[in-house]
Structures are given as structure tokens and as C-alpha cells.
Design a protein around this ligand. Structure first.
Ligand SMILES: [Zn+2]
Length: 257
């Protein structure tokens, strides 16, 4: 089975759009619908017809395009059941541990409460793909808005267990500021230092920093690395539990400018 074609673009200010196209069936999904006009433009550029909107969570900058896109394309909207009331036009609500099918591939639903209560991420094991929404970012993670820090840690810990070769996509381009912050938490991590330099060069040229892999995040994303001796030393949290170390990093990031 040939791989999906993926097409990324930045819309609104710093939202990532991604279109997933299967050449064999002609099906095309947008992961979330941050902005109808931008998605229409990118679909036209690729010559693809929208058939699905796969939603990760209810925030306006992820669902604002739902109704106009559905009206035009009659696209099927699949999203978290727990947030169904807040997801315009939803056709099918899905929950943790369930799977659905898109273009003959299994889409596994993983609940990742924290950023929102009902946030889900989508794992496509055959394609080695993860659509992480606003749970995991390149070198970062989403703000904990509706859930608790403990819940967010449990959610991220699930993603740490995915195969390292899994390619992941997320909802925002925050990578450069995440890199600046990460260097305050784990300055001696050489893989992080090298990645931060690469990101700076990419952003200076206006390039996107996605997609990345889970393996790369495991090596460089401080939110996934509460076991790190250096991080514990920097935070003065030698013996603390992993969730507590994560919570302290998240609090520092909230205050970081
Ligand atoms: Zn969000």
C-alpha cells in the first residue's frame, strides 16, 4: 500500500494545517480545520477534494472551518465524543481505545486530557503517523487549560511509549520559542543544543520545523524527559516523581517570555 501524501502549511498566525491524501482512493482529510479559506487554498493547489475532517479538540482555532468546509464538501467530521457538543457539525464521536478507518488504514484514538478535557490524538500505526493536536509540540507540549498537570503528564507518558520512528504532526509552530525555553531547563543536552541551532536556521529562512519523530522528541523535548539528571539538578528536584518534575517544567514554561 503506497504511503499517504501529506501537505503542511501555516495558517491563522501560528497554526499548522495538514492535509492527508490517499492517491489510491482519492480521499483527503484535514487534521482539524483552523481556517476554511486557507484549507480551500491548499486543497486547490494540490487538486484534492476534501472528504474528512478529523478533529483533535474543540478550541476555536481547530474547529472554526468545520461548518463552511462541511457545507461545501459534505466532509465527514470525526472527533472526540467527550467534546461532541462543542465540535460544530460532528458526525461521529470517538473515545479512548477505539479505532476508526480512514482510506483503509486504522486510526487509533488515544485520549490525552490536559490541554482540554476531551482532547484526543490520532495514531496510524501502519503509516507510522501521529497527529498530536495541541498535546505534544516539537520541543514542547500544550498549555494545561482544562485538565490537571497530573493528567497532562499521564497523557504525554502514553505518547512516550509509541514507536520512536513514529512521525508526528502538531497544531502549532511554537518550535523556536520552545527551543529557547528548553535550553534553560537542560542546557547540557547536546542533541537539544544541535536541534535548537537547526531550528533557528530553519525559522530564519521561514521554513517549517515539522514533522518530527517521537524518537527525536524523546531525546530533546524536556517535557518528556523528567528522568534527566541534569533537569532534576537544574530544578533542584533530585528525588521528585516524574509527574512533579513535569509539572514544574510546565509552570516555568507558562511564566517564560
Ligand atoms: Zn488548543
Amino acid at each position: 500500500m503506497p504511503k499517504f501524501d501529506l501537505h503542511h502549511f501555516i495558517c491563522r498566525q501560528d497554526n499548522y494545517g495538514v492535509l492527508v491524501h490517499d492517491a489510491e482512493t482519492g480521499l483527503t482529510a484535514t487534521i482539524d480545520a483552523p481556517e476554511a479559506a486557507a484549507i480551500e487554498r491548499e486543497l486547490a493547489a494540490k487538486g484534492w477534494k476534501l472528504t474528512h475532517i478529523l478533529t483533535t479538540h474543540h478550541h476555536a482555532d481547530h474547529v472554526e472551518g468545520n461548518l463552511p468546509l462541511k457545507r461545501k464538501w459534505n466532509a465527514k467530521i470525526i472527533g472526540p465524543k467527550a467534546e461532541a457538543a462543542q465540535i460544530p457539525g460532528i458526525d461521529l464521536g470517538v473515545s479512548d481505545g477505539e479505532s476508526y478507518e480512514f482510506a483503509g488504514r486504522e486510526v487509533k484514538v488515544i485520549a490525552t486530557p490536559g490541554h482540554t478535557k476531551g482532547h484526543i490524538v490520532l495514531h496510524l500505526p501502519q503509516e507510522k503517523l501521529l497527529f498530536a493536536g495541541d498535546t505534544l509540540f516539537a520541543l514542547g507540549c500544550g498549555r494545561v487549560i482544562e485538565g490537571t498537570l497530573e493528567e497532562m503528564w499521564t497523557s504525554l507518558d502514553k505518547l512516550r511509549k509509541l514507536p520512536p520512528a513514529t512521525v508526528f504532526h502538531c497544531g502549532h509552530e511554537y518550535t523556536e520559542s520552545n527551543a529557547r525555553f528548553a535550553l534553560t531547563i537542560e542546557p547540557g543536552n547536546q542533541a537539544l543544543v544541535a536541534r535548537a541551532q537547526k531550528i533557528k536556521a530553519q525559522r530564519a529562512k521561514g521554513q517549517m520545523t515539522l514533522p518530527g519523530t517521537i524518537g527525536e522528541e524523546l531525546a530533546t523535548n524536556v517535557f518528556l524527559r523528567p528522568e534527566s539528571k541534569e533537569i532534576r539538578q537544574v530544578l533542584g528536584m533530585g528525588m521528585a516523581g516524574k509527574a512533579d518534575v513535569f509539572a514544574e517544567i510546565r509552570k516555568r514554561k507558562d511564566a517564560f517570555r
